[in-house]
Design a protein around this ligand. Sequence first.
Ligand code: ATP
Length: 338
Amino acid sequence: MSTSLPLEIAEFHGDGISSELSAAVHAVADALPIDITFHDVDLTLERRRTDAESSYDDAEKAMRKCRVAMKYPTVTEDASPNKVLRDRFDFSVIHRPVATIPGVETRIRGTVDLHVVRIATGGTYEDPGRRIGVDSAISIRLIERRPSFQASMFAFKLAEKIGANVTSASKYTIQRNTDSLFEEVAAGVAQKFPNVGHESELFDALLAKLIMNPEGYRVVVTPNEYGDFLSDAACGMIGSIGLGASASYSFDNDGNILLAMFDPAGGTAPDIAGKGLCNPSAALWAFSMLLDHVGQCELGAKLDAAVRSVISSGNTTRDLGGSLNTEQFTKAVVLEMG
Ligand code: ATP
């Protein structure tokens, strides 16, 4: 999607370290050579406790206007804000890039540069299940053609752009009806991309092979829960479970991205909130994904690289063994971007 300036971004404020992450994003945005207007939406727990519906209405209004949003961590009390937003915006695909961060210690040899693309709905996550008597419980697992198609299309377009192959991963030999439907759709989409290689892997084998040969995988598309497992496993491989960024997308009937929301994957970190100690890297990477999405690809790449470069120089926040506070780290990133 290309954009005419100024760029308008809905900004969903949450809890804990949310305001510090937002301040870091604003510091970077202020230093960019483009006009950006943020449309603030208060999604703090305090507001949601008294005024949940209207806080989500505000989020929806801002999102429909801007079509792109930054979201910061929110506490889940009753309803999960992430689920409410996903339902309201009809998000069907989640994209989580996970790449080795130079300077961050890992237990795995090799370099990870992986894009996890997952269906955002269904799988085992939609139905909490029910107890049958005392000793049994069941839940229904849902795989649908439409989000399988959208996730596969997203994965193949991404792979085409970066010159990679696509691996679709599931348990199609066991889940013969559900996961076979997903694989059937992925294979159908593969035929539209004759220049992009495609292979299906059993999900358990994929995990083992990824650990043994991280360079062998660039774009993996999966049903909901497998993608969730895979992105956390991949984050473990790069030594930083809380440093990932994530994008959620909805699509129009022609398959174009309609709405896009970008967020740091970590939580609200109440133990360090308000102390200037949090690491804003994931929020800045989420912002770089947003810039890329709106057509500011060069700026997005520059921001992504600047964060990596500052971390690898050892100038990091306390969680990575450094001594910078959030503001100092952000300043270093701005300086690195030139
Ligand atoms: P939530 O309930 O929102 O998930 P949590 O504290 O249970 O909050 P996280 O927010 O993921 O879970 O935090 C886990 C640990 O990681 C905490 O010790 C927290 O301080 C640390 N942490 C999380 N995010 C960051 C960050 N951006 N920078 C530095 N440390 C962080």
